[in-house]
Write a protein that binds this ligand. Structure first.
Ligand SMILES: NC(=O)C1=CN([C@@H]2O[C@H](COP(=O)(O)OP(=O)(O)OC[C@H]3O[C@@H](n4cnc5c(N)ncnc54)[C@H](O)[C@@H]3O)[C@@H](O)[C@H]2O)C=CC1
Ligand SMILES: O=C([O-])CC(=O)C(=O)O
Length: 311
C-alpha cells in the first residue's frame, strides 16, 4: 500500500504525519516543488517512528512523480493558502494551474488512484481535478466537510462542556461562508442539540463555524493545518480500511438534491471504492434554500474557472 501526499507545506506535512502515525500504508510519498522541503520533512517524520512506534515510511521527493507510481490514494494539498483580507476564491487563478498540472502527473503514474483534493477554493479545485483526471467521480472528491463539521462539533463541545466524541453533526454545501450546518441533524449522544442549547447560542456557533477558516487566518496570517491535515487523513483511513464511514464530502452531484454538474459538500459513504454512495437526506424548505444559495456561490466561482479557459 502506497499513499502520496502532494504539497509538503503545512497541511500536506500534517496529513502525511497523521497517515504515518495511523499506519495507513507501508509507504507515504511526500511531493513538493521546493527542493529539499519534502525530503527534510519526511526525514524528520521518519525519525519520529521509533518514538511514536509505527512502521510507515514517509519519503520526500522534489517533483519526482515516478516515485509516486502505483499509489492507491493521492491527497493534493499543493497551492497557495490565503492571507488575512483574502477569500478562498481569490486563490483560484494560481491554484487552478497548480491543481491541473499536479493532477496530470498523478494520473499518469497512478491511473487507478483515488484522488482527494484539499487545495482551495475547494469545490472548484475538486471540479478542476475531476475534469483533468478524466476518472469516474467516485474516485475524485474533496475534503472540507470533515473539517467544517469538526469545527462545529468542537465549538458545541466547548459550549456544552461535553466530550467532542459525543457530538454528531451534518454540514452541507460549499467550503465557504455559505456552508450549511444543519442543527436538525446535530445530536449530543443521540439527544437533539436544540434540547440542550439556547437558540441564540446555537446560531452564534453556526456563524462562527461558517467563518471558522477565516478566524484562523486572522490569528495566524496563514490558514489552518492541524485539523485540515487530520481531516484528510481520516478520509484516507476510511478508504484504505474500507470503513464505510459516513462523512460530508465534496462530491459530484448527478441529480441528487436536484443538482447536476457541480461539486458540493454532501453526506457520502466512503470505502475502498472511494465514494460508494451519495446519501440524500430530507431537507426542509429553509435548509434547501440555504443549500441552493451555497451551490450558487460555488457556481459563480466555477464560471471564473471557465473564463480562465485552462481546463
Ligand atoms: N479544503 C480545506 O478544508 C482546506 C484547504 N486548504 C488549502 O490547502 C492548500 C495548502 O495549504 P497550506 O499547506 O497551508 O499551504 P503551504 O503554503 O504551507 O503549502 C503548500 C505547498 O504546496 C507546494 N506547491 C506549490 N505548487 C506546487 C506544485 N506544482 N507541485 C507540488 N507542490 C507545490 C508549495 O511549495 C508549498 O510547500 C491551500 O490552497 C489552502 O487554502 C487549507 C486548509 C483547509
Ligand atoms: O480558510 C482557509 O483559507 C483554509 C481553509 O479552507 C480552512 O481552514 O477552512
Amino acid at each position: 500500500m502506497k499513499i502520496t501526499v502532494v504539497g509538503a507545506g503545512n497541511v500536506g506535512a500534517t496529513c502525511a504525519n497523521c497517515i504515518a502515525q495511523k499506519e495507513l500504508a507501508n509507504e507515504v510519498i511526500l511531493v513538493d516543488i521546493k527542493e529539499g522541503l519534502s525530503e527534510g520533512k519526511a526525514l524528520d517524520m521518519w525519525q519520529t517512528a521509533p518514538i511514536n512506534y509505527y512502521n510507515t515510511h514517509v519519503k520526500g521527493v522534489t517533483n519526482d512523480y515516478a516515485a509516486t507510481a502505483g499509489s492507491e490514494v493521492v491527497v493534493i494539498t499543493s497551492g497557495l493558502p490565503r492571507k488575512p483580507g483574502m477569500s478562498r476564491d481569490d486563490l483560484i487563478s494560481i491554484n487552478a494551474g497548480i491543481v491541473k498540472s499536479v493532477t496530470e502527473n498523478v494520473v499518469k503514474h497512478s491511473p487507478d488512484a483515488i484522488i482527494i483534493i484539499v487545495s482551495n477554493p475547494l469545490d472548484v479545485m475538486t471540479y478542476a481535478a475531476f475534469l483533468t483526471a478524466k476518472k469516474a467521480s467516485n474516485k475524485v472528491f474533496g475534503m472540507a466537510g470533515v473539517l467544517d463539521t469538526a469545527r462545529y462539533r468542537a465549538f458545541l463541545a466547548e459550549e456544552l462542556n461535553v466530550s467532542p466524541k459525543d457530538i454528531q453533526a451534518l454540514l452541507m454545501g460549499g467550503h465557504g461562508d455559505t456552508m450549511v450546518p444543519l442543527p436538525r441533524y446535530t445530536t449530543v449522544a443521540g439527544i437533539p442539540v436544540t434540547e440542550l442549547i439556547e437558540a441564540d447560542k446555537l446560531e452564534a456557533i453556526i456563524e462562527r463555524t461558517k467563518k471558522g477558516g477565516g478566524e484562523l487566518v486572522n490569528l495566524m496570517g496563514t490558514s489552518a493545518w492541524y485539523a485540515p491535515g487530520a481531516a484528510a487523513a481520516q478520509m484516507v483511513e476510511a478508504i484504505v480500511r474500507d470503513q464505510k464511514r459516513i462523512f460530508p464530502v465534496c462530491a459530484l452531484l448527478n441529480g441528487e438534491y436536484g443538482m447536476k454538474d457541480i461539486y458540493l459538500g454532501v453526506p457520502v459513504k466512503l470505502g475502498k471504492n472511494g465514494i460508494e454512495e451519495v446519501i440524500e437526506v430530507k431537507l426542509n424548505k429553509e435548509e434547501m434554500e440555504l443549500l441552493e444559495g451555497s451551490a450558487a456561490a460555488v457556481k459563480s466561482v466555477m464560471k471564473v474557472l471557465d473564463e480562465m479557459n485552462i481546463m
